[in-house]
Design a protein around this ligand. Sequence first.
Ligand SMILES: *Cc1c(COP(=O)(O)O)cnc(C)c1O
Length: 426
Amino acid sequence: MQNSTSYIDLEFDQQHVWHPYTSTIIPLPCYPVESAQGVYLKLEDGRELIDGMSSWWSAIHGYNHPALNQAAKSQLDKMSHVMFGGITHQPAVELCRKLVALTPAPLQHVFLADSGSVAVEVALKMALQYWHAKGQRRPKFLTVRHGYHGDTFAAMSVTDPDNSMHSLYKGFLPEHIFAESAECGFYDEWCEDDITDFRNNLIAYRNELAAVIIEPVVQGAGGMRIYHPTYLTRIRQLCDEYDVLLIADEIATGFGRTGKMFACEHANISPDIMCVGKALTGGYMTLSATLTTKHVADTVCSGEAACFMHGPTFMGNPLACAVANASLELLMQGDWQQQVHNIERQLAETLPEIGKLNKVKAVRWLGAIGVVELHETVNMAEIQKSFVDKGVWIRPFGKLIYIMPPFIIKPQELSCLTLAILQILQ
Ligand SMILES: *Cc1c(COP(=O)(O)O)cnc(C)c1O
């Protein structure tokens, strides 16, 4: 890919720059992006790719959005950052007001954090401090297989043990409880048996469990599984029945991606603690939040520490909050609902065609998420190049080819994404 006009030094990149989940011995090729606009990523050589990934779920309004740009520029001229200890500011207060309004009613307290993984760490710490304050020893978490909650240690400890290679970190990583994940798909008929293993584990470990943590309705990076909302309804009921907190990790699913503002709404449930991130700033900056109820927050603060024991340096970064406010304002205008609905309808029309191919094990979709699961693991470097040659940016992993485009994608652009998948698999 290196060419004479290239000013991004790809050789240096290969020799010195570590990319996500890559090897220094056999580096995979990287594509130099020069700029991005709307749903297009512009490569340095001038080629434009239709983005099927929203930069990992986040760029829901597309790139280089005038309202988001303006929010960042205006805030930059006031202050890009001040510490959050003992200081507050309008961008953070406004953002927390919006988050409290948008999320289920019982969630009233907002903790701003740096990234999705940190929001999960914060959620787990809240649950542990909650039980500590109540004088109970509850050191375990219950989750399900095929989950993904981030790459830091506590987040990794509740991520699928095989995908996150728990064996590598044995002795260091806390060991939690994994129940079988839902088998019943979103559009299948609900089968009550699906919750049996989860229920058995919850009952068996109930006196040790601080919380259940789960990705509502869509399991993202752990397998792109889209499961029946009743599975989530049952989890809420069981947590209530056996007095265990429920943490909903909405980092991938939040802000309209599944066709609801939050995926919990598919099951009409409210968690005790909720994590949001990824699309929070419309893909501009890293920012996340953990929300909880007044009951949990006040219990945490009634304990031995008399406060919640966390406070990152860049907490409540004004620049990130300002962009998040602009992104949420765009969402609150409401166009996303029709946009996501249209994407879902188009995926429902086109994916079954792809599902007929021999190489394909299954296809599934929900909202602005489309998934093609193959029988065999893809050759990443090869398939990535084929997609780029077809003018689309789709990044598969393992046996999964999946798309979650910006909500503003046009029908003919979405067709290019699904057609590229169809042609490459043919
Ligand atoms: C991406 C993701 C995380 C981790 O977020 P980072 O910002 O990458 O740390 C956690 N949970 C879920 C469900 C995610 O999709």
